[in-house]
Design a binder for this molecule. Structure first.
Ligand SMILES: *[C@@H]1O[C@H](CO)[C@@H](O)[C@H](O)[C@H]1NC(C)=O
Ligand SMILES: *[C@@H]1O[C@H](CO)[C@@H](O)[C@H](O)[C@H]1NC(C)=O
Ligand SMILES: CC(=O)N[C@H]1CO[C@H](CO)[C@@H](O)[C@@H]1O
Length: 518
C-alpha cells in the first residue's frame, strides 16, 4: 500500500466515522434515554451484545450507573432499563410496550408454525384482549396456578423421579456425569407429567431429537439460514418432533395427559389453529418447560451438595418431613417441601439469583413518554436483564456477590429484601406461569436426593470443583461447560413411600405471588 492510498483509506474511514457520528446524533431525540457506547457508532454496542450479552449489560450498569439508557445498533435502538422502579412502571405499560410481538416472532421462527397459524398468532390484533397471545398465559392458569391441575402434574413428576431414584438405590455406588444425569431425570419427569401415558418421549430417539433441535434455536430465531447452519436441528423439528406431536393429538392422547396439555389444546381449538400448527406450538411449550428447568435443577443440586453447610442444613430440614412406620418404612409427603422447608426454598431462590441470566425484551408499539420523562420511539426494543438487578448492591446489600443460602429466609433473623428485586421469573404480565411447577419439581428432586443419597465428586481427591459456565444465547440459565462426575451412594436402605398430597395454597415465589395473598 502506498502512502497516498493509505491516506485516502484513512480519510475515507475518518469521513465515514464523522458521518456515522452525525447520523447517530441527528437521529437521537434529546428526550430519549441517554446514549452510551458511542465511541464507534453502531458497531460497539452490537459487538458487545453479540460477544457477551448479559455480562455486557452488567458492565454498562457498572460503568455508567444509569437508570435507563439507549444502545444504538444498525437499524435498531434498544432501551435498557436498569432501575427497579422503572421496571415496575414498564410492567404496567402492557399495550404500548408489548411482549406479544416477540412471542409471535418466536412462533414463526423457532417453533416452525406455518403461514395459517402465523396469521392467527401474529395477527395485527395480537394486542387485543381476546387474541391468541393475550389469552395464552391465562388459558394455562387452571393447570399451572395452585390447585388440582398443578398438584396433578407435580405429583406425576415426583412419582417419576421417586421411582427412578428407587432403581438407583442399593449397595453399590453409581458414577454419573451430573448434568446429563439431572437432565435425563428432569426431562422424563416433566414430559411424563405433562403428556401422560402416551408421552411421545418414551421413545429415546425422540428425546435425542430434542437435544438435536435445542442447539439450533438461535439460528431459527435469527432466520440465519437454518437449512444450512442448523440442519440437524431443523431436521429434528420437521421430521421427528412435529410429526410425533401431530400423531399424539390425532390419537387424542392428550385426553389422558395433564390438564396443562388439554388447556393448550383447547386454547388452540378456540382460536382456529390447525393440526400441524398445534403440534408446532408444543415445541415452544417444550422450550418453556424444559430448557431453563433442567439447567436450574443442575445448579440447585450442585450448590446444595458441594457446600457442607448448605448440605447439612437442607438435609436436617427435609428430614423433618419423614415419618417412620413401626415396620421401619419411611413415609414422606413431598407436597410439604412447598411450605415447610424455608432453607431449601431459599437455596433454590439464591441459586436462581446467582446463576440466572435472563433477558426480557419488549417492543415499543408507538412513540410513548415513559415514566413522564423519557421518549421511547416506536419499533425500538426495551430490554431488562436479571443479572443487572441480581448484582445490584443497593438492592441486596454488601453480600451481593456471595452465595448465601439463607438469604431468602424470612421471619426473625431473616433479611428483608424487596421481593420485586428477584427477577428470575420475570414480572408483570411477563411472569413465568410455570414458576410453581418448576420450583416444586426441583425442590422435590433435591429433597429426594437429600433423603436417600450421598453425592461425592468421583475425582480422586474427592473435591468439588465448580464447573465453568456456558451461556447459550437462548436460555436463561447457563449450562456447565465442564463435566462434573459424581459418585452416588445410597445412605438409607430402608423402604420409602413417597406421595404428594393436594393443597390449594401457592408458594410465594415472586412479588406478584406475595401481593395476591395480600
Ligand atoms: C393411541 O391411544 C391408545 C389409547 O390410549 C394407546 O393404546 C396407543 O398406544 C396410542 N398410540 C400412539 C401412537 O400413541
Ligand atoms: C401421603 O402420606 C401421608 C403420610 O405418610 C398421609 O397422611 C397422606 O394421607 C398421604 N396422602 C395421599 C394423597 O396419599
Ligand atoms: C390437533 C388439532 O389440530 N387440533 C384442533 C385445533 O383447532 C382446529 C380448529 O378449531 C381443530 O380443527 C383441530 O382439531
Amino acid at each position: 500500500m502506498t502512502t497516498s492510498t493509505l491516506v485516502l483509506a484513512l480519510g475515507t474511514l475518518g469521513a465515514t466515522y464523522v458521518l456515522l457520528y452525525a447520523l447517530l446524533y441527528f437521529t437521537q431525540d434529546p428526550r430519549e434515554p441517554p446514549m452510551v457506547e458511542t465511541s464507534i457508532p453502531f458497531v460497539r454496542p452490537l459487538s458487545g451484545l453479540i460477544t457477551g450479552m448479559p455480562n455486557f449489560l452488567v458492565k454498562l450498569r457498572n460503568k455508567y450507573g444509569l437508570p435507563i439508557y439507549t444502545l444504538r445498533m444498525p437499524g435498531q435502538r434498544i432501551y435498557v432499563v436498569n432501575s427497579l422502579p422503572l421496571i415496575q412502571s414498564l410492567q404496567r405499560q402492557i399495550k404500548t410496550i408489548a411482549f406479544a410481538p416477540i412471542e409471535a416472532q418466536a412462533a414463526a421462527t423457532v417453533m416452525g408454525v406455518g403461514p395459517a397459524g402465523n396469521a392467527i398468532i401474529g395477527s395485527e390484533k395480537m394486542l387485543e384482549d381476546n387474541s391468541y397471545l393475550s389469552t395464552f398465559v391465562p388459558s394455562t392458569h387452571p393447570a399451572l396456578s395452585p390447585g388440582p391441575g398443578l398438584d396433578a402434574i407435580n405429583g406425576a413428576a415426583v412419582r417419576y423421579i421417586s421411582d427412578s431414584l428407587a432403581k438407583l438405590s442399593g449397595g453399590s455406588a453409581t458414577t454419573v456425569e451430573l448434568f446429563s444425569w439431572v437432565r435425563r431425570e428432569l426431562f422424563m419427569a416433566t414430559t411424563e407429567s405433562i403428556y401422560g401415558p402416551n408421552n411421545p418421549f418414551r421413545n429415546p430417539a425422540l428425546e435425542n431429537a430434542w437435544y438435536a433441535f435445542e442447539p439450533g434455536i438461535m439460528v431459527h430465531m435469527l432466520k440465519a439460514w437454518p437449512s444450512v447452519l442448523a440442519r440437524e436441528s431443523l431436521y429434528a423439528r420437521e421430521q421427528l418432533l412435529i410429526p410425533a406431536f401431530e400423531k399424539y393429538f390425532a390419537n387424542n392422547s392428550h385426553l389422558e395427559g395433564s390438564r396443562l396439555v388439554q388447556c393448550r389444546y383447547e386454547h388452540n381449538t378456540s382460536h382456529g389453529l390447525r393440526g400441524r400448527d398445534v403440534a408446532a406450538t408444543e415445541i415452544g411449550q417444550m422450550v418453556a418447560s424444559l430448557t431453563n428447568s433442567v439447567a436450574s435443577a443442575f445448579w440447585m443440586v450442585y450448590y446444595t451438595f458441594s457446600n457442607p453447610v448448605v448440605l447439612k442444613e437442607c438435609r436436617a430440614e427435609v428430614e423433618q418431613l419423614v415419618q417412620v412406620d413401626d415396620d421401619g418404612v419411611r413415609n414422606v409427603d413431598l407436597a410439604k417441601v412447598k411450605f415447610s422447608c424455608p432453607i431449601l426454598f431459599s437455596t433454590w431462590q439464591e441459586t436462581l439469583r446467582c446463576v440466572h441470566i435472563g433477558i426480557q425484551a419488549r417492543v415499543v408499539m408507538q412513540d410513548v413518554i415513559f415514566d413522564n420523562k423519557y421518549l421511547l420511539k416506536k419499533g425500538a426494543t426495551v430490554m431488562t436483564a436479571s443479572p443487572v438487578q441480581h448484582t445490584d448492591a443497593s438492592l441486596w446489600g454488601p453480600t451481593v456477590d456471595s452465595f448465601d443460602h439463607r438469604r431468602f429466609v424470612r421471619g426473625p433473623g431473616g433479611k428483608r429484601t424487596n421481593p420485586a428485586a428477584f427477577r428470575s421469573f420475570g414480572g408483570g404480565t411477563v411472569l413465568c406461569p410455570g414458576r410453581h411447577f418448576v420450583s416444586t419439581e426441583v425442590m422435590s428432586f433435591a429433597a429426594l436426593l437429600l433423603f436417600r443419597f450421598d453425592l461425592k465428586p468421583a475425582a480422586e481427591d474427592g473435591r468439588w470443583v465448580e464447573p465453568r459456565k456456558d451461556f447459550p444465547m437462548t436460555s436463561s440459565m447457563p449450562t456447565p461447560k465442564d463435566e462434573v462426575r459424581v459418585k452416588i451412594t445410597t445412605r438409607d436402605l430402608h423402604e420409602w413411600r413417597v406421595n404428594f398430597s393436594s393443597s390449594s395454597k401457592g408458594m410465594e415465589i415472586t412479588a406478584e405471588d406475595a401481593m395476591k395473598k395480600g
